[in-house]
Design a protein around this ligand. Structure first.
Ligand code: URA
Length: 219
């Protein structure tokens, strides 16, 4: 399937290595955490690749020179989707410590597979003071329904599609298709697009329930 220039699939041997550790059901919680951290870092570095910079003067111990810092004309927003998004949220906040973090909470109705909101403390408008760059974080882009609802949340607050990047560890074709056809200027960064979804909306072959594996609540 051709998913266009909107989608970046991380092509890196370390991404393949860590993703395979995440997939393996026999991977211990300790190793899972480490692999998630490494893969999440690779993904987020890719997601932050085009952050805007501004010049500022720096004095080294030897002489003045030109310095670069993240452009202060923008507000940088991280939006981890609870619960599994917390794993990417903490890595992203380490890389971008002056970002604003808005947690957004949705669970999936088991029957309809539709998202049900339970947490949202985002302000009514987000772009009145400064333009924003938004990174929506969810390790699993499965049906795409909660991803779509999260993108709509930010569009409703004045954010432009081109200023939103959706970051997932693993994606299903169904979720990619839904997001890229609904939002033509949105970008998606993922480490792999798997084969399909099962009847419960889990990615196949996938890695199971990302939240349960991250937080060691697998039954
Ligand atoms: N959420 C998960 O945690 N895993 C899937 O496979 C799909 C959605």
């Amino acid at each position: 399937m051709n998913f266009s220039s909107q989608v970046t699939v991380l092509s890196h041997p370390l991404a393949a290595h860590y993703l395979s550790l995440l997939r393996d059901k026999n991977t211990s919680s300790v190793v899972f955490h480490h692999a998630f951290h490494q893969l999440g870092t690779l993904l987020l570095i890719e997601a932050f690749k085009e952050l805007p910079l501004e010049h500022f003067p720096v004095e080294t111990p030897l002489m003045p020179c030109d310095g670069l810092q993240l452009d202060s004309a923008y507000t940088y927003i991280l939006a981890p989707i609870l619960r599994a998004g917390l794993g990417l949220g903490s890595i992203a906040a380490d890389l971008l410590p002056n970002a604003t973090v808005y947690h957004i909470g949705m669970y999936r109705d088991e029957q309809t597979l539709s998202p049900v909101w339970y947490y949202n403390k985002t302000p009514d408008r987000l772009t009145d003071q400064k333009p924003v760059k938004v990174f929506i974080l969810d390790p699993m882009l499965a049906t795409g329904h909660s991803a779509e609802a999260a993108v709509e949340l930010f569009l409703d607050k004045g954010v432009l599609e081109k200023d939103i990047i959706f970051v997932s560890v693993l994606s299903a074709p169904e979720g990619i298709e839904l997001l890229t056809s609904a939002f033509k200027e949105l970008r998606v960064i993922t480490s792999q697009i798997d084969a399909t979804l099962n009847e419960k909306g889990y990615i196949l072959p996938g890695l199971g329930d990302a939240g349960d594996r991250l937080f060691n609540t697998v039954k």
